[in-house]
Each structure stands twice: as C-alpha cells, then as structure tokens.
Write a protein that binds this ligand. Structure first.
Ligand code: HEC
Ligand code: HEC
Length: 276
C-alpha cells in the first residue's frame, strides 16, 4: 500500500518534471540561474562593494541596527544574485526576489536589519551573498554602547527625591522624576530591563541606606519572591510597584523576565524554611 502510494507520487513527480522541462522555451534555458559557482569565492573585478565591513555605534536602548550595502556589477556581463544568507536568525535581509539579475554596469543595494534584543557589547555578524559568479561575505560590526553613567546627585536633589517618594512611592514614574527613573522600557526584558529601571536605585554607589543590595539579601529568595516584590513593591516604603495593574510601567512578561534574571544571578543566600 505504502509503496503503491510512493509509486504514484513518483510517477506524478516525473511526469510533472518532464512536462515542465518540455514546456520550457529554449531561450529561458540559457538564462536559468547557474548555481555551479555559488560556493566559490567571488573573483575580483566582478562586483565593486561600497564596503565589505560596516560598523555602527548604537545606544543600548535601540532595538535594531540597520545597514545598507551598495554594489555595482563592474564585469562585462550580467550577474545573478542567488541567495543572501545571514549568519544569525537575528539578521534579516531586504532585497528584490531572487534570482535577482544585475545587468552589466548597474547597481543594487541590500538592506540588513539586526535585532538587538537581549544583546550587549560588540557583536559581529556576517551575511553571505551568493551569485552565479561566486560568493562574498559582508561583515557587520555593532558596538552597543554601555548605558551612560548614573547622573551625579546633589544632597538637596537626593533629599527631594526621598521626600517625594515618601508621600507617593510611585512618584518616580511621574513628571521630572521620570526623566531619570523611567528609561525606555518597551521591548526590554531581563538584564537590559534591570539596567534601565532597577539599577538606578539598587546599584547606585551613593544610594540611601534603606535601599538594599539585591545581591546580598538576608531573606530566602525565589522567582516568586522577585515577581511579588517587582509587581507590588512595598506599601509605606520607597520601593515602587512596577506592574501596570498597580500604575507601574512593566507588563507581566517583563516582570517574569526580571524575576527569572534575578533568580538566576542573585541566588538565595538564605535557605527557605522548607529546606532548613
Ligand atoms: C526608587 C528606588 C527604587 C527602585 C527604582 C527599585 N527599588 Fe527595589 N527597593 C527600594 C527600596 C527603598 C527598598 C526597601 C524597601 C523596604 O523598606 O523594605 C527596596 C526593596 C526591594 C526588594 C526587597 C529586598 C529585601 O530586602 O527583601 C526587592 C526584591 C527589590 N527592591 C527589587 C527591585 C527590582 C527588581 C527593581 C526594578 C524592577 C527595583 N527594586 C527598583 C527602592 C527601589
Ligand atoms: C537627575 C536624575 C534624577 C532625578 C530627576 C530624580 N532622581 Fe531619584 N535617584 C537618582 C539617582 C542617581 C539615585 C541613586 C542614589 C544617588 O545616586 O543619589 C536616585 C535614588 C532615588 C531613591 C532611592 C533613595 C536614594 O536616595 O538612594 C528614591 C526614593 C528616589 N530616587 C526618588 C526620586 C523621586 C520621587 C524623584 C522626583 C521627585 C527623583 N528621585 C528624581 C536620580 C534622579
């Protein structure tokens, strides 16, 4: 039964192939893309690229880096771009449909977009452009700039902040306070989100004594512990509530990502009662 189905399928495929081959007008056979050199390096004198390596410096709150490579077919005959293949799923290429014919003496451009979510430091990506005359690697370098240092605070500013937060611990998300305390959080998760919104209080060199060191807590911690603190903070303290349901800036997914990040990087120093 299975082999019968297979035979039918094979028969259908073969007839289809024969039919399409027969239906090809003979002149289009001559221009069908030639993949035989696609794996060889592109020889000199075929394509001029505006650059083979492009670098961008980008602030750490950007979500994508974009590049455009321009090229010219400097050879006496047409070339065909067969594939454009980024090294990483984080990179997408924008170009006309392939096979893409580039007549002699004409130009083309390939736009590349690298998704930076969850990335830090210097990234190298490459993109392989395969043509019927050979292939070339284009290199991308992205320097994600470290976050700017925390602003220097005067004693008066510090006291004003604490006084306002004592009246309303959500004040940090409002008005003037937000310019320092509410950095761009959309699309951020985990470590970059912590750096954007928690570090200002918890990692500050000059923080007030009531702001605890999260790496050195003297209570048992767990993912649930972190989630609960971030969601509702603490009434009557300076720790704000971050959940949108409490008037804060973070959605459930962002809170879950912070809880997972903190649970992994600040392991509980004190065992919970259950495991004692
Ligand atoms: C405006 C300053 C401020 C910001 C911003 C802030 N916190 Fe806090 N946080 C505090 C203060 C103050 C306390 C101490 C609360 C108290 O009095 O118990 C605290 C307490 C905590 C605690 C309880 C620790 C313990 O002692 O058990 C956790 C957990 C915590 N913060 C996590 C975070 C996380 C995660 C973020 C970012 C989403 C964040 N905080 C942002 C000020 C801040
Ligand atoms: C110019 C930037 C800036 C502004 C504006 C600002 N803060 Fe802060 N805030 C900081 C920094 C930086 C820290 C970390 C402690 C430090 O360096 O003094 C901090 C810490 C805090 C803390 C933790 C207690 C402490 O001093 O360590 C609270 C609470 C706070 N700010 C509330 C507020 C409120 C409320 C406002 C608005 C009235 C506000 N802040 C405006 C930069 C700012």
């Amino acid at each position: 039964m299975i082999s019968m189905k297979l035979n039918i399928a094979l028969f259908a495929a073969v007839t289809f192939l024969c039919f399409t081959a027969a239906a090809q007008p003979s002149n289009s056979m001559a221009t069908a893309p030639d993949y035989s050199h696609a794996n060889e390096p592109l020889p000199d004198g075929v394509i001029n690229w505006d650059a083979l390596l492009k670098t961008v410096d980008i602030s750490n709150d950007q979500q994508v880096a974009q590049f455009t490579f321009l090229f010219t077919n400097v050879s006496p005959s047409a070339i065909t771009v067969l594939t454009v293949h980024p090294s990483c799923g984080c990179t997408t290429a924008e170009l006309p449909p392939v096979p893409w014919l580039i007549p002699a003496g004409t130009n083309g451009q390939i736009k590349l977009t690298v998704n930076l979510q969850g990335k830090a430091g210097t990234l190298f990506k490459s993109v392989n452009v395969a043509t019927d005359k050979g292939n070339k690697n284009l290199m991308l370098r992205i320097n994600i700039l470290p976050p700017p240092p925390l602003p220097e605070m005067t004693e008066a500013q510090r006291a004003a902040g604490i006084a306002a937060a004592k009246i309303d611990r959500q004040a940090v998300f409002k008005g003037d306070c937000a310019s320092c305390h509410l950095k761009k959080v959309e699309g951020k998760y985990g470590q970059p989100l912590f750096a954007a919104i928690c570090a200002i209080c918890h990692e500050a060199k000059n923080r007030a004594t009531m702001v605890p060191d999260l790496h050195n807590l003297q209570v048992p911690t767990s993912e649930e512990f972190w989630r609960a603190w971030i969601t509702v903070g603490k009434e009557g303290s300076l720790m704000p509530a971050f959940a949108t349901s409490q008037g804060g800036p973070l959605n459930d997914l962002q809170i879950a990502s912070l809880a997972a990040y903190l649970n992994a990087t600040c392991p509980s120093k004190v065992p919970s009662a259950a495991t004692k």
